[in-house]
Design a protein around this ligand. Sequence first.
Ligand SMILES: Nc1nc2c(c(=O)[nH]1)N[C@H]1C(S)=C(S)[C@@H](COP(=O)(O)O)O[C@H]1N2
Ligand SMILES: [Mo]
Length: 425
Amino acid sequence: MDSDNRNRQIGRRGFLAAAGAGASALAGLTAGTARAATPDPAITEVQDWARSLGDGVAVRPYGNPSSFEKHVVRRDVEWLTASRESSVSFTPLHDLDGIITPSGLCFERHHSGIAEIDPQKHRLMVHGMVERQMVYTMSDLKRFPGRANRVYFLECAANSGMEWRGAQLNGCQFTHGMIHNVMYTGLPLKTLLDHCGVRTAGKWLLAEGGDASLMTRSIPLDKAMRDCMVAWAMNGEALRPEQGYPLRLLVPGWEGNMWIKWLRRIEIGDQPWHQREETSKYTDLLADGRARRFTWIMDAKSVVTTPSPQAPLAGKGPQVLSGLAWSGRGAIKRVDVTFDGGRNWRQARIDGPSLPLSLTRFYAEFDWAGEELLIQSRAIDDTGYVQPTKEELRQVRGVNSIYHNNGIQTWLVRGDGQAENVEIS
Ligand SMILES: Nc1nc2c(c(=O)[nH]1)N[C@H]1C(S)=C(S)[C@@H](COP(=O)(O)O)O[C@H]1N2
Ligand SMILES: [Mo]
């Protein structure tokens, strides 16, 4: 990112209120259909693709997107990437719709690169404060009763972490793209833990990955028993290597770092282990120098994906604003949107399932006459929690944090339809 992409600030003064926002979209549609009156070669001429036979079945044994969709890819940010093996790529949220992230577009966060694991040789060991220490093969796991399918978001705690000191990255792929949402298949962790018999003294669980970083996190046992899972499939097929093939831990609603990939070991103990990822990392430094620890839950958050810097408005007239909302505490109950930087709010239309601990899709149809817009969205979950403004967050948390920035995002849409990441001062 260029330096001029950083620290965008905009004052309320001089901003023209979006009076047209929300007005009838039908006028624009009528104007658009007038185009049909002029002969259009796309209609009157035989197109190239209709002159010869196309590829037959099974020419593409594993299907890929159209060659016209080549721009829909994960991207990284150069100055955030010290080495490719310990880095992050971002989900192209601005190019997606619905609530499910296609497997090949799920953001990746690796500490030691992608482990390529032979499932025949993979084992999951459960040991520590249990009656029976067990070593499971993948085939053992797939023969357990109680298999489950669940849709969950996974958000890295560092998502939006570069925005603490001001607007910086220009695109929702980069400000909010450390999130994905897929349907997992696997076993409730409780099923395995009950099989091993957790001793009464056992109160904590340590999960360890099989990659070269041997990532480890402590998880309280009540969370593990409530809704954690070990999953071997996403979106109906085996996990992708990037997402932890052949086995990963799911910790629904909690920070992505705990979702150990390439899961190989679970230890039961009576206290947390205080590993690197829960001490020097994934704690939140406050203004007074103290740090919050064990901030596991991902609070309610939302982002408008169109319009956004990578998805500008194509022209005046009817528009479909679209976005995503989620909460680590439950389901999304309501999403509000504003076109004038928070002076006026209206309720967005949620469409598709509003599952707990999953992404929820919202829309707001509006008519645009070319005026400047300051677009924001605000998520409210079913516990009543309301997504805070960035300023409200900073008052409590200061600006030293990296993690858990769930403040309201602002996009400035200019007269030419281009959008920019800004903050309202
Ligand atoms: N074994 C292992 N598990 C891991 C990691 C890792 O590097 N190794 N990264 C963690 C972090 S920080 C995040 S945000 C998520 C990212 O999951 P994803 O790559 O499926 O997006 O995995 C977590 N689990
Ligand atoms: Mo992460």
